[in-house]
Write a protein that binds this ligand. Structure first.
Ligand code: AMP
Length: 269
C-alpha cells in the first residue's frame, strides 16, 4: 500500500490508472467508511482513500482540535482491505492563502446542516472539488449518512461538469442501530444508550409512513425528548421542506446533541 503525502506523489502513482475509485474521509475509520472502501474495491482496479481532517468545514466553535486521529489504526484497516493508495496531506498541501472557494447553492446549502454549521458546506464542497481534481477518479464514494453533503456534492458535480461518477452508499449501523460515526467514541455508555433514540425515531417514522407528518413528528419527538434536538425535518430529494410524505421521495433528517457530542442521522422513506 502506497502512502502519499503530496499531490505530486498521488499524481505520479495514478498516471496510468483509468479505473480509480476514491473514498474521501476524515479518518477515525469505522464500519461505515469500510463499506465504502469495500464497494470501491469491488468496482475499481485501484482504490484511493484520503484521510484529511478538513479544517475549513469546522466552525471556530466546533471540535477540530478534538477530532479523533488514530492514524496507525486507520492505515492498518486500509492495508487489510487492500487499499492501493492512502493520501495523507498536510493542510498546507491542500490550502494556500487568499483562495477562491465553492459557495453552496442558496437554498439547499443553507438549511439544516448549512443553517446550523456556518460555512460548513463551503468547506466541504471546496475540499471535495480539490481532492477530486487531485485524484481524478472514475468513481467517488459517499455515504448517505451525510445526506445533505451527498446531495450538494451531486449538485456541484453536475453544475461544474465534473466527470467523476458519484456512488451513494447505504448507511451502516451498529448492532444497536446507532449509525457508525467517528464521533461515537465520545459517547459514554449512558449517552450511547440515549443516542439510540435517534434511529428509533427514524425507524418509527419509516414503519408508519402512511400517517401524517404532523402525527409522526409528535411521536418521534417523544423518542427525541431525552436529547438536545437541533432539527427533525422532512425534505424532498431537492432538500425542500415537506409537510407530506411522498414514498421514495422523502428524507427524514435528525441532528441532535447527546451531552457534548453532535450526531446526525437520516432515513429515506
Ligand atoms: P467522514 O470521515 O465523516 O467525512 O466520512 C467519510 C465518508 O464516510 C462520507 O461519505 C460519509 O457519508 C461516509 N460515512 C460516514 N459514516 C457512515 C455510515 N455510518 N455509513 C455509511 N457511510 C458513512
Amino acid at each position: 500500500m502506497l502512502v502519499a503525502k503530496t499531490v505530486q506523489e498521488v499524481q505520479n502513482a495514478l498516471q496510468t490508472r483509468t479505473n480509480t475509485g476514491f473514498v474521501p474521509t476524515m479518518g477515525a475509520l469505522h464500519k461505515g467508511h469500510l463499506s465504502l472502501i469495500k464497494k470501491a474495491k469491488n468496482m475499481c482496479d485501484f482504490c484511493v482513500v484520503s484521510i484529511f481532517v478538513n479544517p475549513t468545514q469546522f466552525s471556530p466553535t466546533e471540535d477540530l482540535s478534538r477530532y479523533p486521529r488514530p492514524l496507525e489504526n486507520d492505515l492498518f484497516l486500509c492495508e487489510e482491505l487492500g487499499v492501493d493508495l492512502v493520501f495523507l496531506p498536510q493542510v498546507s498541501e491542500i490550502y494556500s492563502t487568499d483562495e477562491p472557494k465553492v459557495i453552496p447553492p442558496k437554498f439547499s446549502g443553507f438549511v439544516l446542516e448549512g443553517a446550523i454549521r456556518q460555512g460548513h458546506f463551503d468547506g466541504v464542497l471546496s475540499v471535495v472539488l480539490k481532492l477530486t481534481n487531485i485524484v481524478n477518479p472514475k468513481f467517488i464514494f459517499f455515504g448517505k449518512k451525510d445526506a445533505q453533503q451527498l446531495f450538494l456534492v451531486q449538485k456541484m458535480f453536475k453544475s461544474f461538469f465534473v466527470k467523476t461518477t458519484i456512488i451513494p452508499c447505504e448507511i451502516v449501523r451498529d448492532d444497536d442501530n446507532l449509525a457508525f460515526s467517528s464521533r461515537n467514541i465520545y459517547l459514554s455508555k449512558d449517552e450511547r444508550s440515549l443516542a439510540t433514540n435517534i434511529s428509533k425515531a427514524l425507524f418509527y417514522i419509516k414503519e408508519n409512513k402512511d400517517l401524517s407528518v404532523e402525527f409522526l413528528k409528535e411521536k418521534a419527538l417523544e423518542y427525541l425528548s431525552v436529547l438536545d434536538l437541533e432539527y427533525l425535518s422532512f425534505v424532498d430529494l431537492d432538500f425542500k421542506f415537506q409537510e407530506k410524505i411522498t414514498p421514495n421521495k422523502t428524507i427524514v433528517l435528525i441532528a441532535a446533541k447527546v451531552g457534548k457530542t453532535r450526531l446526525i442521522d437520516n432515513i429515506y422513506l
